[in-house]
Design a protein around this ligand. Structure first.
Ligand code: ACO
Length: 436
């Protein structure tokens, strides 16, 4: 349960037919007030209809706050730009999971707890033998994370606080190993075992880039950039994948199954798959001279073409993460000595044109976190198919924090929406010889 549960700040009256319902209006610490409609079925015998949840708050949460009009993102109250600038991924993970930035002893304990869980059960390694070499790494992540429930039965009792904590540690710790191994399998290189003497992001870059025949120490500037990318993707309130994790978790299923469901949901191009789609789009546009005709296609409703990396359900202003991503992009390209990156030139020009075009201005479409992340990851040597898995690796901490918060909320019930039924009314079975 949130430490400061919402309070009633008023009422709203809904009248339907000859009946009225007085509904409480609830307010949290920040953000839009919410009409609590839970009683309306009993009072008025109607449901609310909000198919893509654009006007629905599905839970109380004390983890992340977004003000989409102002472009604000806070984790436990701390602005994302301060966390990205001053903090580390494991500090942010502690903040999301336990509610506070860790003290030095707490951070040491948390770091050693996470880093001691980085190995996978050796039998899990054999899962990779079953995948095709060209399988998308997100397919590998979904399956391997789901399979973890078969290997760690000692941490799947959701009623046991200690087991919940161990499963959180396991997921945060093992995701870099799973993600790096997905890449190694694709390339045919030997899997590299984790190094617990390295930092979290450093260990991931090591398992991704190293081979057993040579010493390998990840570049510190790139390690810092990777840590920042992980922070920027760590949590984002009740988005599609987090809501998927919560809905799965509301049934009481184990945390590994819930996170596998979250990974599946993240994969889509409207969500985490957008970073991969941005690079594909930039490649297809090819040159600055083709931007105007591409923009015309985007504006044509019949074309089904979207400007990937633009627009957001909640942000109607700059995604604050996109600004930090852009800065990180310059740092990474500078460190790598890349002076001329045609994709970056293309992205900057595309952004400039889109931000001045009436279509995008009217609809308040701004770059989101994915617009620049792909360019950074490409420069760091990641193939495009690894972009969404890296997002999943970072988001695992958000998913597991949201799952834990939900399980610990005594008001939690199974999630079960209703529908407007538009099918046939009741009718009798027709024998096959009488069907026309
Ligand atoms: N390109 C062109 N037009 C767009 C775009 C876009 N990227 N995004 C939204 N629009 C248009 C819609 O067609 C709609 O136009 P209309 O009013 O004429 O019908 C209008 O802007 C409003 O958009 P919605 O469809 O209401 O936006 P919604 O909240 O449903 O979708 C989404 C948000 C999925 C992010 C959408 O903007 C999109 O598809 N963007 C591209 C994919 C992307 O970058 N996803 C990453 C999101 S961030 C993340 O998951 C980390």
């Amino acid at each position: 349960m949130a430490p400061n549960p919402s309070t009633q700040v008023g009422t709203a009256t809904l009248t339907y037919g000859d009946k009225s319902a007085t509904l409480p209006v609830l307010a949290g610490t920040l953000g839009t007030d919410c009409v609590d409609v839970r009683k309306i079925q009993g009072d008025l015998n109607v449901f609310t209809f909000d198919p893509s949840y654009g006007a629905t708050a599905s839970c109380e949460s004390a983890i992340t706050y977004i003000d989409g009009d102002e472009g604000v993102l806070l984790h436990r109250g701390y602005p994302i730009d301060q966390l990205a600038e001053k903090s580390t991924f494991l500090e942010v993970a502690h903040l999301l999971l336990f509610g506070e930035l860790p003290t030095a002893p707490q951070l040491e304990k948390f770091t050693s707890g996470v880093m001691r869980h980085t190995m996978l059960h050796e039998q899990i390694r054999r899962f990779w033998d079953g995948f095709r070499r060209d399988a998308h790494p997100m397919a590998m992540l979904c399956s391997v994370v789901g399979a973890m429930s078969a290997f760690y039965p000692d941490s799947i009792n959701t009623h046991d606080e200690r087991q919940r904590e161990i499963s959180a540690y396991r997921l945060i710790a093992k995701m870099p190993t799973i993600t790096a191994w997905a890449h190694k399998y694709t390339t045919g290189q030997p899997f590299m075992y984790p190094r617990n003497d390295m930092g979290y992001a450093e260990n991931f870059l090591y398992m991704f880039g190293a081979v057993p025949t040579e010493d390998y120490k990840p570049n510190p500037v790139l390690t810092r950039a990777m840590d920042r990318i992980l922070i920027l993707h760590a949590d984002h309130e009740q988005n599609a994948s987090t809501s998927t994790v919560r809905l799965a978790g509301s049934t009481g299923t184990n945390p590994f199954a819930c996170i596998a469901a979250g990974i599946a949901s993240l994969w889509g191009p409207a969500h985490g798959g957008a970073n991969e789609a941005v690079l594909k789009m930039l490649g297809e546009i090819g040159s600055v001279k083709n931007i105007p005709s591409f923009i015309e296609q985007v504006k044509d409703k019949n074309s089904n073409v979207k400007l990937m990396g633009f627009g957001h359900r909640v942000y109607k202003n700059f995604d604050p993460r996109a600004k930090i991503m852009q800065k990180t992009c310059y740092e990474v390209l500078g460190e790598l000595g890349i002076k001329d990156e045609p994709l970056l030139d293309l992205a900057i020009e595309l952004e400039k044109i889109a931000l001045n075009d009436e279509y995008f201005v009217k609809r308040k479409l701004y770059p989101n976190v994915d617009f620049y992340s792909g360019i950074i990851l490409k420069a760091m040597g990641f193939p495009t198919s690894m972009f969404t898995p890296i997002f999943a690796l970072a988001r695992t901490v958000g998913w597991i924090s949201q799952w834990k918060e939900m399980i610990e909320d005594p008001t939690n019930r199974i999630g079960r929406p209703r529908q407007i039924y538009t099918g046939a009314a009741a009718r009798d079975y027709t024998p096959i010889d009488q069907r026309g």
